[in-house]
Ligand binder design. Structure first.
Ligand code: MLT
Ligand code: MN
Length: 312
């Protein structure tokens, strides 16, 4: 199974269009070790020919342009794509807006929970993807399925979707229900266990997660590779940077550092490779010369970057 990080930044990308924080400024200036990153997406293939995209970011056009595996293949007709299916882990803008760029009557299948499918359904702009050509298929939490392309041919990849603590997309929040996590429900944020049909290697893709509970620790034990929510280094980092009023917890994201952070909470869970993705433009680990970057690496984690490839 081949896994490629297509985009490693959180919503907004890095640098973000309006961000004047020192990190975005350094990335814009071309500073060595502060590399730009596109928004959150992962590509997986069992045979190196057909690919499954986990989330479709607003940067998808640029991402395809810089990823030969996702480009039209010679000899496959005047228009074609090796993208066989798209799996959505939530309805965030950074994860679904790329669907709009995949219009052009090219067949692939969309997989998402009922909650996320209902958002596509409610926003008629997504009808640019004709459901007769791009079927929408419902993921059931806790049910492992084999992914298939638009014509129901198997892709060689199976996934197990399951709910993780998180939040409904920002634009779907119910402001009247803060005590109910702003109207979040099960299925708003899922994690996926990914495996190929041919071997027993497993990867987990969890770009959004608010808390690590015993159930999640148990699921992750023994995984070959984990791609995990690396939005923030510290929970209040966006406030301290002066870029926004929200903590990570308020946004449904767990910080890397601290007693309750992901590094500490997963320290004793046996996992082959642990890689942070969905990294926000305020996270100091984006600077390879930072103490935080060094700390994360010393704790056994890798910082995902665009184009990073993992063979399992
Ligand atoms: C998130 O991951 O919290 C969202 O992508 C934030 C956003 O919509 O910008
Ligand atoms: Mn996001």
């Amino acid at each position: 199974m081949r896994v490629k990080i297509v985009g490693s930044a959180a919503g907004g990308g890095f640098p973000q269009w309006n961000c004047n924080y020192y990190l975005s400024r350094a990335a814009r200036a071309g500073t060595i070790g502060v590399w730009p990153r596109t928004q959150s997406s992962l590509a997986v293939s069992a045979d190196g020919l057909g690919w499954v995209l986990f989330n479709t970011s607003p940067d998808i056009r640029q991402q395809i342009a810089s990823t030969p595996e996702l480009q039209p293949q010679l000899g496959d007709g005047p228009r074609n794509t090796p993208i066989r299916a798209v799996v959505l882990t939530n309805a965030d803008v950074d994860h679904i807006a790329g669907l709009l760029s995949l219009r052009e009557r090219e067949p692939f299948a969309i997989y998402a929970t009922e909650r996320v499918l209902s958002t596509l359904q409610a926003n008629s702009i997504f009808n640019v993807l004709d459901a007769a050509i791009v079927p929408r298929r419902q993921l059931m939490e806790g049910e492992e399925i084999e992914l298939a392309d638009a014509e129901d041919r198997q892709i060689g990849i199976r996934i197990l979707p399951f709910s993780v603590p998180g939040k409904v997309a920002l634009y779907l929040e119910d402001a009247a229900r803060p005590e109910n996590n702003y109207g979040s429900e099960s299925g708003d944020t899922i994690a996926v266990r990914i495996a190929s049909n041919d071997d027993c290697h497993t990867a987990f893709y969890i770009p959004g997660c608010a808390r690590i509970d015993p159930g999640l620790r148990q699921r992750l034990a023994g995984a070959d590779c984990l791609f995990f929510d690396g939005t923030l280094y510290t929970d209040d980092e966006m406030l301290l940077a002066g870029v926004g009023p929200k903590t990570g917890q308020r946004m449904g994201h767990l910080a890397m550092s601290g007693r309750d952070g992901s590094i500490s909470q997963l320290a004793d869970v046996p996992i082959g490779r642990r890689i942070f993705v969905h990294i926000n433009n305020t996270n100091p680990v984006l600077d390879e010369s930072s103490v935080e970057h060094e700390t994360v690496r010393a704790a056994g984690w890798e910082i995902g970057h665009d184009g990073m490839e993992i063979e399992l």
